[in-house]
Design a protein around this ligand. Structure first.
Ligand SMILES: Cc1ncc(COP(=O)(O)O)c(C=O)c1O
Length: 417
């Protein structure tokens, strides 16, 4: 990520099909004050008008697990059909901290390992490295996860004396592939997790931008506390607030608490508590929309869907109509360029006829002023692959057009004899 940020800084006039950021066109600093005040009023009512207690809650060091846990539980009920015990929630400094806390708690000895659908989010690999936890890759498939490979990896790890603790998965519009797990795959994943005594770490920053009739989250299907649910308000709330959370309602053997209690202990030594000011802003946004971030993001959802459609039609115009479509929507193409067709989210994968690594990204930035993400970063190895991640969430239509023009020029340049 540092490398990608550094390239973006060196070529500020490059169009970035690399940054997986929310669209800034709807950001308004006035919202920060507005939402803060909504939460403050709510708190004043809740605390019976005790202004000193309100000041203390908002401005003093605070509860390690956070102050907006009840609002988040209500949001999970409204938007995701998840029944969450507010006491099992820890409000974190972004989902990134939630990932780290969870992995740090699960890693007890150096035999404890994480399985991760691969390619997968760079930050998950980074958090695992920081927690000194090995990651074993599980193959992605057209359905999002190769469940046969998951069982095989668990067996192989156990045979090698390792202890697979959990499987990390992004079931909705994965980063980087954009894939979405079917309902059937979600059910089967839960069954395998129960058979193999694994936890599932479900990371879901993009799901709310999908079709409301889409499959439920794995956590909503979970009746036996197999799923640790990782949430982020970076895309659905205000990214600058840096607020996320983890729902960890698993009982921990030998204690009278939950995994959330353990996470809170670690957090108390790491960030102490998540800024109550930032939580108040997110809490106010939740209150202003009756707990529904789906309702709060109607404009954003329309923008992301339109951008996805724009990129797909733009690719088709430049590289021809995909000839034949495989089950995951990947299409072969005479020019050797193909792409998958996600149903939503911020990303898709573009396959090109050459290994698209960091060195070519440098060429792309310098000569063509367009950025994309080499997919090997999502595999935690340095092996360039013929695939790049394209993200389109933060762009306007005219930037997508120009970005795709530059990308097509770059691909032509790489394919010249
Ligand atoms: C899959 C996934 N998980 C977690 C995060 C990090 O979320 P946050 O910004 O809340 O730390 C991201 C950010 O891009 C992501 O794509």
């Amino acid at each position: 990520m540092n490398f990608l940020n550094e390239i973006a800084q060196r070529f500020p006039d490059a169009i970035s099909l690399a940054a997986g950021r929310p669209f800034e066109g709807f950001f308004d600093p006035a919202d920060v004050h507005r939402y803060f005040d909504v939460y403050r009023e709510h708190l004043t009512t809740r605390l019976g008008g005790d202004e000193a207690a309100v000041r203390q809650t908002l401005l003093q060091y605070g509860r390690t697990k956070g102050i907006i846990h009840e609002l988040i539980a209500e949001h999970l009920r409204v938007d995701e059909g998840i029944t969450a015990d507010p006491q099992a929630l820890v409000v974190t400094v972004g989902c990134q901290e939630a990932l780290y806390l969870t992995l740090r708690a699960l890693r007890r000895t150096d035999r404890d390992v994480l399985l991760a659908v691969t390619p997968s989010y760079v930050g998950a690999h980074g958090a695992a490295r920081l927690a000194d936890m090995r990651v074993l890759p599980v193959r992605e498939s057209a359905e999002g996860i190769d469940l046969t490979d998951l069982s095989a990896q668990v067996a192989r790890a156990r045979a090698a004396g390792l202890n697979p603790r959990a499987c990390y998965v992004i079931p909705d519009f994965a980063n980087p592939s954009g894939l979405r797990l079917s309902l059937e795959a979600r059910r089967r994943l839960l069954e395998i997790a129960a058979e193999e005594d694994l936890l599932i770490l479900e990371d879901n920053p993009y799901g709310l931008f999908g079709d409301p009739g889409g499959p439920p989250t794995v956590k909503a299907l979970d009746t036996t506390a197999r799923v640790v649910y990782l949430g982020s308000f970076a895309k659905t709330g205000l990214p600058g607030a840096r607020v996320g959370y983890v729902l960890a309602d698993q009982r921990v053997a030998g204690t009278d608490g939950t995994l959330a209690d353990q996470l809170a202990k670690i957090k108390s030594m790491l960030t102490v508590n998540t800024s109550p000011i930032a939580q108040a802003v997110i809490g106010g946004k939740l209150l202003a929309h009756q707990g529904s971030l789906r309702a709060a993001n109607v404009r954003e959802t329309a923008h992301y869907r339109a951008n996805l459609a724009h990129v797909l039609s733009g690719l088709e115009r430049r590289f021809g109509r995909a000839a034949g479509t495989s089950p995951d929507g990947a299409g072969g193409h005479p020019s050797g360029v193909s792409w998958n067709v996600p149903a939503g989210g911020f990303f898709l994968l573009l396959t090109v006829p050459f290994p698209a690594g960091d060195e070519l990204l440098e060429v792309s930035a310098e000569k063509f002023r367009v950025l994309w993400t080499p997919v090997h970063h999502f595999y935690a190895d340095a092996q360039p692959r013929n695939v790049m991640r394209l993200s389109f969430s933060h762009l306007r239509p005219e930037e997508i057009e120009e970005g795709l023009n530059r990308l097509a020029d770059f691909i032509r340049y790489c394919c010249r004899d």
